[in-house]
Design a protein around this ligand. Sequence first.
Ligand code: 6PG
Length: 262
Amino acid sequence: MPDPEVRVFPDAARLAAAGADCVVRACRDAVAARGECAVALSGGETPRLLYERLAGEPRRSAIPWERVQVFWGDERCVPPDDPRSNFRMARETLLDRVPVIPTHVHRMPGERADLDQAARDYADELRRYVPQTPDGWPRFDLVLLGLGEDAHTASLFPGTPALRETARAVVAYRAPGQNIERMTLTTPALNHAREIVFLVSGKRKAGALRSVLAGPRRPEQAPAQLIQAFNGGRLVWLVDRAAASALPSRVVRAVEIREGAG
Ligand code: 6PG
């Protein structure tokens, strides 16, 4: 397998700026080419800075928000106003601050009692609002993903049946060690995206990043290894120096970083 595209930035702030620029470019290119853009947002804390950059100028005005459809790669199964909600974090840092059309914001209904039906309903929503591949998978224009310290991504956790799901685009389950259920896109639903961007920051992710990018192929233990951009899509890792500190040099193609990138 060819070495993945890994871009290293000096710190979390410049990583967030670069990630935000990726989102702007992907949205503008998608709208120019197809009139609309379907983006799946990541959860957790890492994208917070990126979302805040997107909500500020000049990036806020650069994105054709009226043409953007917003989805999530995963959600914690809590009410949408719960502090743990990925929707709430994105709403506070980004969606309440940009002119996205409310009906274009497709929240994962993680608070519902019947989570299996909720997952099926979200898969239906993907079929309605995201362009599909001929074999019926969502073809997002951009998927943002994070990486857990256990090398999970989205809510695809090590050793769980969700890793082997090949029929459904969305599943909900409780992973061992997790105190709440999660709803997540599955690998086929993620892997057909036109562009997949991982955002990884901080020293505590260095071991996971090394295992995913430079370790033996063991996707059951390192689920982020399951993420591959099918059909000529692009997979890129945007990481900061602290997260990249355990990577072998053959994997890292450091880029010239504009000092003071905002
Ligand atoms: C979630 C995320 C998850 C996240 C990683 C990294 O719901 O938590 O989708 O996959 O991206 O766990 O989380 P941090 O950015 O908080 O380190």
